[in-house]
Design a protein around this ligand. Structure first.
Ligand SMILES: Nc1nc2c(ncn2[C@@H]2O[C@H](COP(=O)(O)OP(=O)(O)OP(=O)(O)O)[C@@H](O)[C@H]2O)c(=O)[nH]1
Length: 384
């Protein structure tokens, strides 16, 4: 009986709505310190060992949560250099501290508000706290302290496609239908409370990654809802996939109902307010829930506006009107729930990404040719 009561009391202690707590960690603060330089030995001209340094290495498949679990104290210190001695005139160098961090991490110096490194290549590394120099003639044989700073690790997901849309548009349903991801789907807004990444596979064994970036609502730029907490992840995507509900969206009874066209402008505006450069990326628009009754009629009315979003801008409410309207490469009406036209979405995404890669290749080769020409101009025979 006592055991039963103990169990019941224990179970009531579990915080309510545990599934709402976001396990996704995308920032982490660490204090790092390089090792102190060892002291020299003036009598014999001995030099102290240099302090070890702290450095980060980017690794695929790691999460910031894992890093945080491994470094519970959030403090990393490299070991000190050894003092010079009669038996070892040159003191041993201190041991370096190697910290593996997830790929896509940006490292900021908290005090100086300065970007120290952008680790977006596998195995790329950066020294975040150098070791102090060992004692020698130059410093009166007194070892110097190592660098010390507080760094902020800011993780930005790297995905080919960024999926953006207001809550309940059907983003998770699409992600589930198109990729290997298993997101939670429900008929209420904010079901997805952290970014989800899925991989889409193609018959030629190539694959692309799609990140569902939730929490975007009208006014997110003014920090409404989750604000732009997750929108930062979009910066590293190559293609933006917008999704809207053909029937529009209403956040709550207190908010106005926005029709599909207003939602397209509202998404455009939110992204523009966050970073206008995002609108330079190739964009694809999906109009979802086409299986529902009345959807075809709505689409028919919407079609003239979709073909020229600029000319319909005058009908857009002032607060939603963007300065620059997105030019969508493709606009596809779909039904994510019934997998209607999902294959077409897959092909369009792949086609657009392939085109983008080709353009990049051409620009790169042009740049390379230009650099070669310049180099030949400097070291090659002079052309008269
Ligand atoms: N009829 C119909 N319903 C759909 C379709 N796609 C999604 N839904 C429904 O719309 C609701 C919301 O879908 P989600 O996939 O959770 O939407 P979401 O955009 O991920 O929503 P958040 O998690 O709030 O960001 C669910 O009840 C889905 O079953 C569709 O093509 N047709």
């Amino acid at each position: 009986m006592v055991q039963l009561f103990k169990f019941l009391l224990k179970s009531t202690k579990t915080p309510a709505r545990a599934h709402f707590r976001c396990n996704f960690l995308d920032t982490l603060r660490l204090t790092v310190r390089g090792g102190h330089g060892g002291n020299g030995l003036p009598k014999y001209g001995g030099v102290g060992g240099q302090g070890g340094c702290v450095y980060f290495v980017a690794k695929e498949g790691l999460t910031l949560r894992k890093v945080a679990q491994n470094l519970r104290e959030k403090r990393v210190q490299a070991t000190n250099g050894e003092d010079s001695s009669k038996v070892s005139i040159y003191g041993k160098r201190g041991m370096d501290q190697r910290i593996e961090v997830p790929l896509g991490v940006q490292v900021y110096d908290e005090q100086q508000q300065k970007l120290l490194a952008d680790l977006n290549e596998p195995d790329s590394s950066c020294i975040v706290a150098g070791g102090g120099t060992g004692g020698c003639v130059g410093n009166n044989f007194i070892g110097r302290p190592g660098e010390s700073r507080t760094v902020q690790l800011d993780l930005k997901l790297i995905a080919d496609v960024g999926l953006v849309g207001f809550p309940n548009a059907g983003k998770s349903t699409l992600l589930k239908a198109i990729s290997n991801a298993k997101p939670k789907i429900a008929a209420y807004p904010f079901t997805t409370i952290r970014p989800q990444v899925g991989t889409v596979e193609y018959a030629d064994l190539r694959s692309i990654t799609i990140a569902d970036l939730p929490g975007l609502i009208e006014g997110a730029h003014a920090n409404f809802g989750m604000g732009h907490k997750f929108l930062k992840h979009i910066e590293r995507t190559r293609l933006l996939l917008f999704m809207v509900d053909i029937f529009g969206f209403q956040l709550s009874p207190r908010h106005a109902h926005r029709d599909c066209l207003s939602n397209i402008y509202a998404l455009n505006k939110e992204l523009e307010l966050y970073d206008p450069e995002l609108l330079e990326k190739p964009c694809v628009l999906l109009i979802n829930k086409m299986d529902k009754e009345g959807a075809q009629e709505l689409l028919l009315n919407l079609k003239p506006c979709l073909t020229d979003l600029n000319s319909s801008l005058s009908a857009c409410p002032d607060e939603l009107r963007p300065n620059r309207v997105i030019r969508f490469k493709h606009i596809l009406p779909i039904s994510a729930k019934n997998s209607g036209r999902i294959n077409q979405v897959k092909q369009k995404l792949r086609g657009t990404l392939d085109e983008l890669a080709e353009e990049q290749l051409i620009t790169d080769s042009k740049l390379l040719k230009e650099q070669l020409k310049q180099r030949v101009g400097v070291i090659g025979p002079k052309v008269t």
